[in-house]
Write a protein of this length. Structure first.
Lengths: 321, 328
C-alpha cells in the first residue's frame, strides 16, 4: 500500500508542556508516514494528544524530540525564515473556522492574504485565483466581499479550505474540520475534501473523535491514548480487526442507528475515564480501564509490535488475541 | 393510551432582534406519556431547544411572542407566573444541559448546589437533604460521595460534572427529566456511561425523559419515540420501530443518508444540498422546499400540516402519498 516514498515521515516525535511546574507529556515517541494522495487518521478521546501531534508534525509547535522529514527536508533543521517558505506546502484547517478567520478581513482578503505572505503573483492574478478558489469550494464569487460572521458554519469552513488551497499545499492537517457542523452540512464538506484530494493529490492528516468519519476518510489510522500510539493500522484492518482493548472500547461505545428497534444497543458501561496526563499510570497507560489487565500490564509498558503486516498494537496480548 | 404527562399544542415562539423578528418555533405539537422517552432531533436552529425552553420559562427576555399551551399534568405551564413555574421546575421537571460547567456555580461546593433545590422546594429539611445529597452522588456513580460532595465543580472531570448535574436534576424526584444535548460535549465512552445512567434512573423511577439531540445514533438507541424538527416545525414523529422502518419525510430520509457511521465505508453519502432557511419571516410554505428533491408547486405555496399516517406516525409533507409509496 505504501510503496511510494512518503511525503511526510515523522520519527520518535515527543512534545511536553510545562504547566505550573509540572510536566505534561502531550505526545510521546510517535512515528508515522503520510503518502501523497493519502489520508492518515488520528483518533482518540479529548486529551489524547491528537491535535498537539498534528501541530508538532508541522513544527507549529517545537518538538522536544524526534525527526520530521517533509518532502525530503528535515524540518527541525530549518531556520525560521526557511521554515516559513516551506509552510506554503503544509496547511491547516480548523474545527472553528470563525475563530481562525480575521473578523475584520473580508473573505476575499483572507484568501488573498495567504498568497501575499508567500509572495505569489500580481494583485490581478491573485483576485482571479480568489474567484477560482471560491468557485472550487462551492461558494458564489460575491461572497468575497462578505465578512466571516455573515456566513454560515459550512460556508466559513469552505472559506477555510479555500484559504488553505490558495498556496497550493501538498499536505493539509484537518483538525476536527466537521465537528462543529450540522449533519447535513458535514457530508458536503467531506465530499469537497475528498474531491480536492483526488484532484490535487493532497496528503491529509485527518484528526477527529468521530470514528465513522475517520474510517470514511483514512487510509491509515493511529489510535492515541495519553499521548501515545496504542494502535496503528490500515483503516480496513483497524475497523475489521481492532487489536488493542482501547480501540475495541472506543468502537463499542459508538451508537449507530440500529436496523430495527430490537437491535438497539444495550447501554453497557465502559469502565473509567482517561487518567490525568500529569500522573499517567505505570506500565500500560490503559491498564486501569482494561478488562484484560494482569500484573505484567501494571509493571511493564507494552511497545508497538506487529500484529500483521501494516498493523501494530501496543498491548501485551495483542499478538495472541 | 395513558393520559399524557405533558401535552404541547400549537406552540409558537418568536424573538425580537434589533431590526428583525426570528420565528423560532412555528406551531409545534407533541406529547409525552408517563415513563416515555421522547427524542427531539434536529439541526442547529431547528427550534428543538427553544421549544422546550419556552414552556420552562428559561428563555432570555427578548421573546416577542409565546403562544399555545403546554399542559403538564393538566396545568398549562405557559399561563403560570414566574414563581409558580419555579415551583414546578426543579421539583416536578428536572433539567440537564449540555455544558455542566456553565450551569454549575463555579464558586460553590457541588453538595451545597444539590441541596439547594431540595431545600428551596421544601422537599427535605437541611439535615435530610445533606444525607440525600450524598446518596444521590453515589447513585449517579460518583466515587466516595461522602468526601466529594465538598468539592467544587472544577475538581470534577466533564463526565463527572454531568453526573453532578443529573443528581441535581433528579434530587426532588421529578416525573419529567429534560436533557438538552447532555452528552454532546463528552467523549464516546463517557457518553455511553451517562446514557446508561439515565436509562437506569428512568427504569428505577419510572420517569419520563425528553432527550434533545442532534445525534441520530443517540436518539434511536435511547428513545421510544422520535420527533424530527426543521425550521421550528415538527416534520415527522413516530414510535422508534416505525421511525426506523418507515420514515418517509424527505428531510428525515436526507438526514439518514447523510449519517457517516463506522461500517458504512461503502455507503453512498448523499449530501442534502443548500442550507437551513433564515427564519425572519412567518412561514407560509414548506420550509424544506428549497432543499427537497421531490418538491412541487404546492410546496412553495402552502404550509404542510402534521398528518397522522397510521401507527402513531405523523408527517408534515404535501408529497406524503407519492413519497410514502416511493419509500416502500
Amino acid at each position: 500500500m505504501q510503496n511510494s516514498a512518503p511525503l511526510l515521515s515523522v520519527e520518535g516525535l515527543s512534545k511536553q508542556f510545562q504547566v505550573r511546574g509540572r510536566i505534561l507529556h502531550a505526545v510521546q515517541q510517535v512515528s508515522f508516514e503520510v503518502v501523497a494522495g493519502q489520508t492518515l487518521g488520528l483518533v482518540g478521546e479529548s486529551g489524547s494528544g491528537k491535535s498537539t501531534l498534528g501541530r508538532t508534525a508541522l513544527r507549529l509547535l517545537e518538538p522536544d524530540q524526534g525527526n520530521i522529514l517533509f518532502d525530503g527536508i528535515d524540518l527541525c533543521k530549518l531556520k525560521p525564515k526557511e521554515l516559513r517558505s516551506k509552510r506554503k506546502a503544509m496547511q491547516m484547517i480548523f474545527q472553528d473556522p470563525l475563530a481562525s478567520l480575521n473578523p475584520r478581513m473580508t473573505v476575499g482578503m483572507a484568501i488573498e492574504d495567504a498568497m501575499i505572505i508567500h509572495g505569489m503573483r500580481s494583485s490581478l492574478e491573485r483576485r482571479k485565483r480568489v474567484d477560482a478558489l471560491l468557485e472550487r469550494v462551492g461558494l458564489p464569487q460575491s461572497i468575497a466581499q462578505a465578512f466571516p460572521f455573515e456566513l454560515s458554519g459550512g460556508q466559513q469552513q469552505r472559506v477555510g479550505i479555500a484559504r488553505a488551497l490558495s498556496v497550493q499545499p501538498k499536505l493539509i492537517v484537518c483538525d476536527e474540520p466537521i465537528s462543529a457542523l450540522d449533519v447535513s452540512i458535514q457530508v458536503q464538506i467531506i465530499k469537497l475534501l475528498q474531491d480536492i484530494q483526488k484532484e490535487m493529490n493532497l496528503a491529509y492528516i485527518f484528526i477527529s473523535h468521530n470514528l465513522g468519519v475517520v474510517q470514511y476518510m483514512s487510509d491509515m489510522v493511529l489510535v492515541l491514548y495519553l499521548g501515545e500510539v496504542v494502535e496503528k493500522a490500515t483503516a480496513q484492518q483497524l475497523f475489521a480487526q481492532p487489536s488493542h482493548p482501547y480501540t475495541r472500547v472506543l468502537l463499542d461505545s459508538i451508537l449507530k442507528v440500529p436496523e430495527s428497534a430490537a437491535r438497539r444497543k444495550r447501554m453497557s458501561v465502559p469502565p473509567g475515564e482517561m487518567p490525568s496526563p500529569f500522573a499517567p499510570p505505570t506500565g500500560c497507560p490503559f491498564h486501569p480501564r482494561c478488562s484484560m489487565a494482569v500484573d505484567r500490564c501494571r509493571q511493564e509498558k507494552p511497545h508497538l509490535q506487529n500484529v500483521s503486516p501494516n498493523h501494530e498494537a501496543a498491548c501485551h496480548f495483542a499478538v495472541s488475541s | 393510551m395513558d393520559e399524557p404527562l405533558l401535552e404541547v399544542r400549537d406552540l409558537f415562539t418568536q424573538f425580537q432582534r434589533v431590526d428583525d423578528v426570528v420565528y423560532a418555533v412555528n406551531g409545534m405539537n407533541f406529547s409525552v406519556a408517563p415513563g416515555e422517552v421522547l427524542g427531539i432531533v434536529g439541526e442547529s436552529g431547528s427550534g428543538k431547544s427553544v421549544s422546550v425552553l419556552s414552556f420552562l420559562g428559561l428563555l432570555r427576555d427578548n421573546v416577542k411572542l409565546k403562544s399555545g399551551t403546554a399542559k403538564f399534568r393538566g396545568t398549562d405551564l405557559l399561563r403560570l407566573g414566574r414563581r409558580q413555574l419555579e415551583d414546578i421546575r426543579g421539583r416536578d421537571i428536572g433539567v440537564v444541559f449540555q455544558d455542566p460547567m456553565t450551569s454549575l456555580n463555579p464558586v460553590r461546593r457541588v453538595g451545597d448546589q444539590i441541596m439547594e433545590g431540595m431545600i428551596t422546594h421544601h422537599y427535605a429539611s437541611k439535615k435530610v437533604a445533606l444525607q440525600r445529597t450524598i446518596d444521590l452522588l453515589g447513585e449517579v456513580g460518583i466515587p466516595e460521595p461522602q468526601m466529594r460532595y465538598r468539592n467544587y465543580p472544577f475538581e470534577f472531570s466533564g463526565g463527572m460534572r454531568q453526573r453532578v448535574m443529573i443528581a441535581m436534576a433528579i434530587a426532588c424526584e421529578p416525573q419529567l427529566l429534560i436533557a438538552d444535548e447532555p452528552t454532546t460535549a463528552l467523549d464516546v465512552t463517557v457518553q455511553m456511561q451517562i446514557l446508561a445512567l439515565l436509562q437506569t434512573l428512568r427504569e428505577k423511577r419510572n420517569m419520563s425523559i425528553i432527550m434533545i439531540t442532534h445525534d441520530f445514533g443517540v436518539a434511536t438507541n435511547f428513545c421510544d419515540r422520535i420527533i424530527v424538527m426543521y425550521a421550528g416545525m415538527v416534520m415527522e414523529s413516530a414510535p422508534l420501530a416505525e421511525f426506523l422502518n418507515n420514515s418517509v419525510h424527505p428531510y428525515t430520509i436526507g438526514l439518514k443518508s447523510s449519517i457517516i457511521e463506522v461500517g458504512n465505508k461503502n455507503k453512498e453519502l448523499v449530501p442534502i444540498p443548500g442550507m437551513a432557511p433564515v427564519l425572519t419571516k412567518p412561514l407560509n410554505h414548506c420550509p424544506y422546499v428549497s432543499r427537497c428533491s421531490v418538491a412541487q408547486d404546492r410546496c412553495e405555496q402552502e404550509l404542510p400540516e402534521l398528518l397522522h399516517v397510521g401507527n402513531e406516525h405523523y408527517v408534515a409533507c404535501h408529497r406524503i402519498e407519492e413519497v410514502g409509496i416511493h419509500a416502500k
